[in-house]
Design a protein around this ligand. Structure first.
Ligand SMILES: O=P(O)(O)OC[C@H]1O[C@H](O)[C@H](O)[C@@H](O)[C@@H]1O
Length: 535
């Protein structure tokens, strides 16, 4: 499928990215701007012919048709027979039908209920059964029911003016222990967030939280401290959560795409309904851009095509997401689920084995922290890691403008350094006074940067709720386009099932209730070790 691009790569792979800037218009030509954002992919080895080939690939793979199918409610999640309509959640005034039924009245009603609840809670109208004001909220969920709101509550901390929001995800008892240790159960609301309401981690933590609340306020009052976010209303009722505090959603919202609806309740509580609406509006604006912008003007399309170029054509196995924004420190984790759970597949939609690589490994940390840790490998390691930088032109701290300037200078310096590198001559010049002869050359070689390493940079004015919505929707659509080009189903996640099944079987073995006989030698050895030291 990538033959044309691979042959093209063979003809351009040895050239220097820096030399492409002999074209004075390169930066502008290889950038896209929309909605106040600038996406600059000029520091890559992409030229006009590369881009034409990539755009032709997107056409040939039917990205535009598939995109319309998604937005209009077709069941593009073909292995689960579901529509994919997280976009409907952020466009409450829109209109979409699934199986002949308009889904929007339900979306609008749930959003209004969430808003009424969040406003009441924030305003002190909704109190504990004992009449106390809720000071803290714990969202108990995992994966798509945790990463989105946890990332966004931190990202939008400057807008936080509601109860404090905390997140518990891990089944490791240390997580809920440490979070609850710092809180007062008498003034804490627990939101149990689980699309299926069967996820073992979440249900286990929810029971622990219920015991913690009940021990402080009594069994009868405990229920008044709980709300639920789920598409399984039977199970939320079984758990005993009053339906007035249950916010449901449909199966056409995938877990890792769900923060735009009820799963975003903790974010709405933290920043308020108006800012949550602004977040939705940002997502909707990006949807509109994605649906209407042509070819190279389309930012999600170009972000995806740069990804395809680096991963499938150039064979770079990973990509680093490097936000120069401390408040986006959970963004790489969020994107790991979004990208790797969506596009980490080995078969195409029709079940045939792929004969090319699926999605890349995605990883990252905020800058500048990463610079003092793993950037060494990015600059001098033998493997090329395409980097995706992002930074706001302005910070939220007017008194610390000089720090923001330093942050931005570092961000720009890294992409420049990756491209430019440092030659042996330059490195020799750096140490010429200190060494001589063979030792001079040896020392200089350690200081050479090959350079010619690709990166993209996304810049935006300020990380507002609307801008965060734009960024998240941008990445969602990037994943969508890459998935369509790869011919896979980006909306299922069968790859998480086997481990869950084996964990269920191993539970009684680890607890010493069943024998490990029949397990492989390594598993038996590990179980033996655990039994020796657990008690
Ligand atoms: O929201 P839940 O049903 O509890 O699911 C939570 C998470 O666990 C699953 O195993 C999936 O891998 C994720 O896509 C999902 O977001």
């Amino acid at each position: 499928m990538f033959e044309d691009l691979k042959s093209h790569l063979a003809t351009v792979k040895d050239r220097q990215i820096l030399s492409l800037f002999d074209d004075a218009d390169r930066a502008e030509t290889f950038s896209a701007t929309a909605l106040g954002m600038l996406f600059d992919y000029s520091k890559t080895n992409i030229d006009l012919h590369t881009r034409d080939l990539l755009l032709a690939l997107a056409d040939q793979r039917g990205v535009a048709e598939r995109r319309e199918a998604m937005f209009t409610g077709a069941k593009i999640n073909e292995t689960e027979g579901r529509a994919v309509l997280h976009t409907a959640l952020r466009n409450p005034d829109g209109s979409v039908t699934v199986d002949g039924e308009d889904v929007m009245p339900g979306v609008r009603e749930t959003l209004s209920r969430m808003e009424a609840f969040a406003s009441d809670l924030r305003g002190g109208g909704f109190t504990t059964p004992a009449g106390k004001r809720f000071t803290d909220v714990i969202n108990i969920g995992i994966g798509g029911s945790d990463l989105g709101p946890a990332m966004a509550v931190l990202a939008l901390a400057p807008y936080g003016d509601g109860p404090r929001c905390h997140f518990v995800s891990n089944v490791d008892g240390a997580h809920i222990h440490d979070v609850t240790a710092a809180l007062d159960p008498e003034t804490t609301l627990v939101i149990v967030a689980s699309k299926t309401f069967t996820t073992i981690e979440t249900m286990t933590n929810a029971k622990t939280a219920r015991d913690w609340i009940a021990a402080a306020v009594g069994e009868d009052a405990a229920g008044g401290h709980f709300a639920a976010l789920s598409s399984n209303l039977e199970k939320t009722a079984d758990f005993g959560i009053d339906e007035s505090r249950v916010f449901g959603f449909e199966d056409w919202v995938g877990g890792r795409y769900s923060m735009w609806g009820p799963i975003g309740l903790s974010l709405m509580i933290a920043v308020g309904p108006d800012d949550f609406r602004a977040f939705l509006a940002g997502g909707a604006a990006m949807d509109d851009h994605f649906r209407t912008a042509e070819g190279a003007d389309n930012i999600p399309l170009m972000l995806a095509l740069v990804g395809i170029w680096h991963n499938q054509v150039c064979d770079h196995a990973t990509r680093a997401v490097l936000p120069y924004d401390q408040r986006l420190s959970r963004l790489p984790a969020y994107l790991q689920q979004l990208e790797m759970e969506s596009n980490g597949k080995s078969v195409s939609m029709d079940g045939a084995r792929l004969d090319y690589n699926s999605g890349p490994v995605v990883w990252g940390e905020p800058g500048t922290n990463g610079q003092h840790a793993f950037y060494q490998l990015i600059h001098q390691g033998t493997r090329v890691i395409p980097c995706e930088f992002m930074v706001a032109a302005k910070g939220h701290e007017p008194k610390l403008v000089h720090q923001h300037q330093l942050l931005m200078a570092n961000c720009l310096a890294q992409s420049e350094a990756l491209m430019r590198g440092r030659s042996l001559d330059e490195a020799t010049g750096k140490v010429a006074g200190k060494f001589e002869g063979a030792e001079l050359e040896r020392q200089a070689r350690h200081r050479v940067f090959e350079g010619n390493r690709p990166s993209t940079t996304l810049v935006y004015p300020l990380l507002t709720p609307k801008m965060l919505g734009q960024i998240i929707a941008l990445y969602e659509h990037r994943v969508f386009v890459e998935g369509v080009i790869l011919g896979i189903n980006s909306f299922d996640q069968w790859g998480v099932e086997l481990g869950k099944e084996l964990a269920t079987a191993l539970g009684p073995i680890v607890a010493g209730e069943e024998s490990a006989d029949g397990k492989d030698g390594s598993t038996r050895q590990l179980v033996n070790y655990i039994h020796r030291y657990a008690n």
